[in-house]
Design a protein around this ligand. Structure first.
Ligand code: SF4
Length: 745
């Protein structure tokens, strides 16, 4: 700070002056833009509508869109400060190629020629599937659709997946198994219309904050929250179920046991629209309230009360997020949730839905169009009819479409370790912070012959390892659509130009197609995202996620529209899937599954006595590549912390704000601030996963759901001890006290 400023002679009048905005009235003069660009938030899957204020070619502010049905003008702290990400100091601006160990700027031509040459050489030598690709949930749907075709048909590798496998693959697999297709059946409106809302492993107050607005708009609801931790969402509950970690399947089975025993089920719905009920009845017999109380740690009373509330609800909404998905039994837990919804007839009606609240702004878009775990339009790899149909639409030989899914994300990493994968292209994700059991991932990446990282930011812990960095445009710099958790397709617009030489992912993909020589075949005449959108509409026609009636103009006009929206649709309103009770399975019925509860894989013991739970905080996003550069968010939440119960802290003689290390069989997170709190139960500790400097994934384990391949981030056994520096300080303190008391030599 200058001396003039210190003396109060410089008051930065220009910076802090106010003026009249024609639309919003008295406001900071700096934040009065020349124009407002409507768009959709690029962080989470809530999908809030917003405007970016642009002045002199720069994004100077954002405002919530008051007419957008998702958020009615409100934004959470991340959305409210999103424009800062565009000018973050760590934006990637130029293609960088590693030469003699250093990343040096090169032209786009050289960068992409090198990439194609290296990938081709790898594939020629080791086979087409030696190339792996890991993308994201952050691109627009038009880019996902383009990328899927480029990877699978252009590069010809099937080993393509997204970081979405790390957050919602269990929901996808669970929906597919129960209902025959992915796709959340309900809508946000259901949060306002349900009389019982049951949230399991879903801390929406931190992770999807604007959804709380929909809860608040429902005065007659009873909110039940099941979570091992007293989250901010748990604090809003009418009934809180503090169940033991990963005992959710037992709870769900116990609820079904009570509902069946007391006849609080929808027999007509079960008979007409489900299969497997007789087996389920027999199976849940053993999940008596007493047995479930023992497994979950909940009282029998709480279990009975919850069953009573759900059984008597006119409409029950059952929502979940990562507390369910991040598990070796994630997909099966989703099946157990779907079971509960099905036997009580809570599917496809107003207020009634088993509802996966997904993570990233366009994780849904890649599920629909992406060509990763499904073929575009929720078609199945293993279904010849689906492959033939796509081949006809694309005018290609059907044999070029893989008949089985390639490696999922964790298996691509394993493939890199075992040298099955020799070259890797990572797009808009930062696995060095987000992937579990960091050491295994590092080993995989270090073994590769060639690593390309395409990102809007550099350096990140992952771009620093790359052989080639491709600088990409981000939210606010490109056009397309996102689909949110309730299947609402919203328009995303370009407000400003990307920095330096950065290009949109869409342009990068088309240029690569040019260099591969497949652009005319796969993307004939395409120059901008609307061309991909038009083809995608055609490809989705007649499918569950039918876009064929949508246009960019309609999406702008109505602030997003939910799919399905077939051509010729005139009415625009809330849509729900399976309202007619017909499911896209062979017999048109939903499947009930018998899901056995099993203890989580790594149980605590004497050496590692705590169960570590990881999660998020409202101020940050994923690995902080974006939010770590936003001053206001960083100031609110600058460091990771470890929550520990008061009793455990006392028994370890730890105090609030002590610096501690968290240790597992796989590694150690050093020097984390301790929070002593009743938010976590004795025997459990919690740590946010956003922070590269204190990376929770140094201790998490390589345990994955065998069905969805989603990691079991949520429970691993750890010990906690005072960190080296804190030990030293404490030693000095003790020494000092003893000296003061005259007992030291
Ligand atoms: S709730 Fe999600 S979509 Fe809405 S402003 Fe916050 S981060 Fe953006």
């Amino acid at each position: 700070m200058s001396l003039r400023r210190k003396l109060g002679l410089e008051i930065l009048a220009e910076k802090y002056s106010y003026d009249e905005d024609p639309q919003y009235g008295h406001t900071s003069a700096q934040k009065i833009p020349d124009r407002w660009v409507p768009t959709t938030c690029g962080y989470c899957s809530v999908g809030c509508g917003m405007f970016i204020g642009v002045k002199d070619g720069r994004a100077v502010t954002v405002r919530g869109n008051p007419n957008h049905p998702v958020n009615l003008g409100k934004l959470c702290p991340k959305g409210l400060s999103e424009h800062y990400t565009l000018e973050a100091p760590n934006r990637a601006k130029h293609p960088l190629l590693r030469r003699k160990g250093k990343l040096v700027p090169v032209s786009w031509d050289e960068a992409l020629d090198t990439m194609v040459e290296k990938f081709r050489a790898t594939q020629e030598r080791y086979g087409p599937d030696a190339l792996g690709v890991i993308s994201t949930g952050q691109l627009v749907t038009e880019e996902f659709y383009t990328l899927g075709k480029l990877v699978q048909l252009g590069f010809g590798t099937k080993n393509y997946d997204g970081n979405t496998t790390l957050c919602m693959a269990s929901a996808v697999s669970g929906y597919k198994r129960s209902f025959g297709s992915d796709g959340p059946p309900g809508a946000y409106e259901d949060l306002q219309k349900a009389d019982v809302i049951f949230l399991i492993g879903a801390n929406i107050a931190d992770n999807h904050p604007i959804l709380c607005q929909h809860l608040e708009a429902n005065p007659r609801k009873t909110l039940i929250v099941a979570d091992p931790r007293v989250t901010k969402t748990a604090m809003m509950a009418d009934l809180f179920l503090p169940l033991k970690p990963r005992s959710d399947i037992a709870l769900l089975n116990g609820l079904m046991h009570v509902l069946i025993q007391t006849g609080q089920i929808d027999c007509e719905y079960v008979t007409n629209h489900t299969t497997g009920f007789a087996s389920l009845v027999k199976f849940v017999e053993k999940y008596t309230p007493a047995q479930v109380a023992q497994i979950t740690g909940l009282s029998e009373d709480l279990i009975l009360k919850t069953a009573y509330l759900i059984g008597n609800a006119q409409a029950a909404f059952i929502g979940w997020t990562m507390g369910v998905n991040h598990s070796t039994q994630g997909a099966e837990t989703v099946n157990a949730i779907n079971n509960l919804a099905l036997i009580t007839g809570n599917v496809g009606r107003t207020g009634a839905s088993p509802f996966s609240i997904t993570g990233q702004c366009n994780a849904m878009g890649t599920r629909e169009a992406g060509f990763t775990s499904s073929l575009p339009g929720y078609r199945k790899f293993e279904n010849a009819e689906d492959r033939n149909e796509l081949a006809r639409l694309w005018k290609i030989d059907a044999h070029r479409i893989p008949s089985s899914r390639g490696l999922a994300y964790p298996d691509i990493v394993e493939g890199a370790v075992s040298k099955k994968i020799r070259a890797l292209w990572i797009i808009a994700t930062n696995p060095i912070v987000s992937f579990p059991n960091l050491d295994v991932l590092k080993q995989g990446l270090e073994t590769l012959d060639f690593l390309v990282v395409q990102d809007g930011f550099h350096p990140t812990p992952t771009t620093e390892l790359a052989d080639l960095v491709l600088p990409a445009a981000i939210w606010g710099e490109k056009e397309g659509t996102y689909t949110n958790s309730e299947r609402r397709v919203s328009k995303v617009n370009r407000a400003v130009a990307p920095p330096g030489d950065a290009k949109s992912d869409f342009d990068i993909f088309l240029t690569l197609a040019d260099k591969l020589g497949c652009r005319d075949e796969l993307f004939p005449g395409w120059t901008c995202p609307v061309h991909a959108f038009e083809e995608w509409k055609h490809v989705s026609q007649g499918r569950l996620c039918d876009y064929s009636g949508l246009t960019y103009e309609l999406l702008e006009q109505h602030h997003g529209i939910q799919w399905p929206f077939p051509e010729g649709t005139t009415e625009i309103g809330t849509t729900r899937l399976y309202a007619d009770g017909r499911f896209p399975t062979e017999d048109g019925k939903a499947k009930l599954f018998c899901i056995e509860w099993t203890p989580f894989p790594e149980q605590p013991n004497q050496q590692f006595p705590f169960v570590l739970n990881t999660g998020r905080t409202v101020e940050h996003w994923h690995t902080r590549t974006k939010t770590g550069q936003v001053p206001i968010l960083e100031r609110m939440s600058p460091n990771a912390w470890l929550e520990m119960n008061t009793r455990d802290a006392q028994s370890l003689q730890l105090k609030p704000h002590d610096r501690v290390d968290v240790i597992s069989r796989r590694g150690r997170v050093r020097n984390v601030e301790l929070r002593v709190t009743e938010i976590v139960a004795p025997g459990q500790v919690f740590m946010p996963f956003h922070f590269a400097e204190t990376n929770a994934n140094q201790v998490t384990q390589s345990a994955f759901d065998p069905i969805s391949r989603e990691p079991n981030y949520k429970q691993c056994a750890v010990s906690v001890q005072l960190s080296g520096s804190a030990k030293q300080e404490r030693g000095n303190d003790t020494q000092h006290r003893k000296t003061s008391m005259g007992v030291s030599q």
